[in-house]
Design a protein around this ligand. Structure first.
Ligand code: ZN
Ligand code: FE
Length: 255
């Protein structure tokens, strides 16, 4: 399996997922058509499907332009028929998708939108705007409970799972994270490393699930240091995972 990351729009990432044996290829979250088609032409591949994680334009904006040139399957959550242009395969939790000899598994992870899904191929997780490197998406359509449950579901994946998210937001996410856990050494060193990479324009995606569990404030409701930071801000905060997660989300929204 080969994965090609394609920078799109201002800070989006689309991906080509290639079965190296059959050359069958999926396009994940094409924000725009032209750069994706141009990159695809450089490879000897057969485009087979578009996989959309959710309906937002910065993840589906290229669907129509690509479909005008290629007749492809379009996968997205079944509830997003009518919101994802060209949807042919409405998918749901535990569905499987074949790209050549590769098999992907669907995770239903609502919260950012009500029809958000992730796709897992071997240990490569394409999670759109739900789990970001060092962050998570805003809760536009769902509830904090839903988003928390969705993140918990992704956290249950093995530590070596690679996190391919929809945006290059790592540096600003970490700038916020260190305000809550300034003594988390893994977090501080990740921030330094990421600032170095970004100053040279290098991508910081993917990360690993292990790194996210150690440094992503939206997965760290068990951290005593994070809890203490929230308590100084909100003395009466209930210390249960959903309330902690919701508070972190609220603080990030106005950071
Ligand atoms: Zn989005
Ligand atoms: Fe997005």
């Amino acid at each position: 399996m080969k994965i090609i990351q394609i920078p799109l729009l201002r800070d989006n990432y689309g991906y080509l997922l290639i079965c190296e044996k059959t050359r069958q290829t999926a396009i994940i979250d094409p924000s725009e058509a032209e750069p994706v088609l141009r990159r695809a032409e450089q490879e000897q591949i057969n485009l087979k499907a578009i996989l959309n994680t959710h309906h937002h334009r910065d993840h589906t904006g290229g669907n129509e332009g690509i479909l005008a040139r290629h007749s492809l399957e379009v996968h997205g959550h079944k509830s997003d028929a009518g919101r994802i242009p060209g949807l042919t395969h409405g998918v749901d939790e535990e569905d499987e998708i074949k790209i050549g000899e590769l098999t992907g598994k669907v995770f239903f992870i609502p919260g950012h939108t009500t029809g958000h899904v992730a796709y897992l191929f071997a240990n490569n997780l394409f999670c759109g705007d739900t789990l970001f490197t060092a962050g998570c998406g805003r809760i536009f359509e769902g509830t904090p409970e839903q988003m928390h449950a969705s993140l918990r579901k992704l956290m249950a994946l093995p530590d070596d799972t690679k996190v391919y998210c929809g945006h290059e937001y790592t540096e600003s996410n970490l700038r916020f994270a260190v305000t809550l856990e300034p003594k988390n050494h893994k977090l501080v060193s990740r921030f330094e490393r990421v600032q170095g990479l970004r100053s040279r324009g290098v991508s910081t995606v993917p990360s690993t699930m292990e790194e996210e569990k150690q440094t992503n404030p939206f997965l760290r409701w068990d951290s005593k240091e994070l809890q203490a930071s929230l308590k100084t801000e909100t003395p009466h905060l209930r210390l249960d995972p959903v309330a902690i997660f919701a508070k972190v989300r609220q603080l990030k929204d106005s950071f």
